[in-house]
Design a protein around this ligand. Sequence first.
Ligand code: PMV
Length: 327
Amino acid sequence: MKTINSCTAYAHANIALIKYWGKFNLEHNIPLVSSLSLTLDGYGTKTRLSAIDEEHDRFILNGNTEIGPPAIKVQRFLDYVRAQSGSTVRCQIESFNNFPTKSGLASSASGFAALAVAANSAYKLQLDPQALSRLARRGSASAARSIFDGLAILHGGPISEQDAYAEKIKDCLDLSLVIVQCADTEKTVSSTDGMVASAKYSPFFPIFVDHQPHDLEAALYAIESGNLSLLGETMEFSTLKMHSCCLTSRPGFWYWNPTTIRVMDAVTELRRQGAQCYFTMDAGPHVKVLCPKSESQHIMDSLKSIEGIKSIDVAGPGPGAYIMSEH
Ligand code: PMV
């Protein structure tokens, strides 16, 4: 067996401030819209890749050998890597998330970013950060953004596969996200299924797509000019439009639960009282609250006793994906 080096990589989750929702190309996983995110410290995936002399790759997630859709997705991703490298070596992929998997806390972003970095080294692809971001995108579009630290923009639209990559955005805001976990179960509608249904059925979907360039422009201007309230308001507008598309699919579906709504209410009330805080939700019930670092403790203290909350924590901007060891 022609072998590959073992490699362990680490990547952090990211949360979209301006959401990606909808695919231009399903096969190559090209998003229909561009998006903007913050890579978080503290929430990450560690992935070790090593050669095995077997017919199929073996994917072990948090100690459990996966079969079915998650394993197929990983295998397909590695088939692409092998096609690029000219190798036929199969591998064992051992991944550990230090936060809930498949619950809307962006585990696929950190998971595929860590896998892309590990595979790039193990199969000696020698990709630069832009190409690495493109590779991660094939596994999960949001993973393209986790290659980079802090804020990143992922290019989407009716564009070529070469143009669909993420890049880092410099910022001067001292941002925090309070992560409010509102359930401990896995989501029932995957983000891909949710996007496909929204695009097919929601009368609001074309509006979401039409508004996206303006929301991105406003968010980038807010970042450049240090205007947190403009960034926060634009972020809330983006998440509510994305979730409106889910609600107005046929049949409608929603990722929220009663705790989600209670937290959204509390954030709105805190803002009325003068705090700078704004909510965003992804394909799951959890609420992430954007605020200045200086206010994060106050926001956490004000939210923590809301009925139904499973955990509450604060995250700041985190590092990009990196190699931990190459043996
Ligand atoms: O990349 P995926 O398939 O995990 O989809 C991510 C979708 C959202 O989290 C809802 C939005 C985003 O831009 O991350």
